[in-house]
Write a protein that binds this ligand. Structure first.
Ligand code: NAD
Length: 295
């Protein structure tokens, strides 16, 4: 049987690991937070006392951690304990430079590596319908695919090491920019006396259509499942959108590329977060644009 070490059992990692157990895989987990370990135990994971302890005897190591520094630190801790040719899959959303460093650290020790960040949020993690954006060699990806499958709705091989992270932050830069654009259009429409439904009916079927309006409309009414109908509870929290936009701007700077709308979107989400709205769904930025954010 394939033995999996799963490190980072937070909001995303815990349900993802639970789906691996449900698929019949043997999973040993580790996290720094005792409550997360208890939940993982209830999901059928074995619990290790440390990250290196989880990795001993593993064929695959999956990490789901907050940021690049955590991934690099865990890799440095565990690589000595891993067998050669162990498959390392990092599903955290991290900066492209750290992702490439993580690949190099592990490859230099004879490991196979894939960066495989996800979209789909906690709901997708629970349902096993995440989209994985993977970067790594053809051989590593071929081995990773059946491991990711129980957690996935879709798995896309985007290129070599770091390509998954690059795809993730480019996608989320589009999303941050488009949500602000849609929000501005609704605020303007209100001032012009146009109803939300009228703008939705036109834009969602015309050249203004995009995910931010068609699927995740930021005003209550036109799309009943969007967080706007649930007091802007996330969904996808504004704090995570700000994180991803910052990563996009770090990557743009590192690659010497001008992304002025990405930079503006990052600044607006920084102001929205600073107004105490980090825990609000990112579509709630429409209320900030209107000048009516919660106090
Ligand atoms: P989280 O904070 O709930 O979980 C991260 C976990 O990592 C925590 O439980 C923490 O204790 C653990 N951790 C940190 N350092 C550790 C270490 N050295 N050893 C072991 N465990 C350690 O975060 P999350 O929401 O699960 O997100 C995880 C990653 O997935 C992030 O990179 C995030 O950007 C990304 N992501 C999150 C969502 C979402 O909707 N929550 C969606 C897509 C991607």
């Amino acid at each position: 049987m394939t033995n999996i070490a799963f490190i980072g059992l937070g909001n995303m990692g815990n349900p993802m690991a639970a789906n691996l157990v449900k698929a019949g895989l043997s999973v040993t987990g580790f996290d720094l937070v005792a409550d997360n370990l208890e939940l993982a135990r209830a999901h059928g994971l074995s619990i290790a006392e440390s990250a290196p302890g989880a990795v001993e005897g593993a064929d695959v190591v999956i990490t789901m951690l907050p940021a690049g520094q955590h991934v690099l630190s865990v890799y440095r801790d565990v690589l000595e304990k891993a067998r050669a040719q162990t498959l390392f899959i990092d599903s955290s959303t991290i900066d492209v430079d750290s992702a490439r460093q993580a690949h190099k650290l592990a490859r230099d020790k004879g490991m196979l590596t894939v960066d495989a960040p996800v979209s789909g949020g906690v709901g997708g993690a629970e349902a096993g319908t995440l989209t994985f954006m993977a970067g790594g060699s053809d051989e590593a990806f071929r081995l990773a695919e059946p491991i990711l499958d129980p957690m996935a709705g879709r798995i896309v091989h985007c290129g070599d090491g770091g390509a998954g992270q690059a795809a993730k932050i480019c996608n989320n830069m589009i999303l941050g920019i488009s949500m602000i654009g849609v929000g501005e259009a609704f605020v303007l429409a209100e001032k012009l006396g146009l109803s939300h439904q009228a703008l939705f009916d036109v834009a969602s079927t015309s050249s203004g259509q995009c995910w931010s309006i068609n699927t995740y409309c930021p005003v209550p009414g036109p799309v009943p499942t969007s967080p706007a109908n649930n007091d802007y509870k996330p969904g996808f929290a504004a704090a995570l959108m700000l994180k991803d936009l910052k990563l996009s701007q770090e990557a743009a700077q590192s690659a010497g590329v001008a992304t002025p709308l990405g930079a503006s979107a990052m600044q607006l989400y920084a102001l929205f977060n600073a107004a105490g709205e980090g825990g609000t769904d990112f579509s709630g930025i429409i209320n900030f644009l209107r000048g009516q954010e919660k106090k």
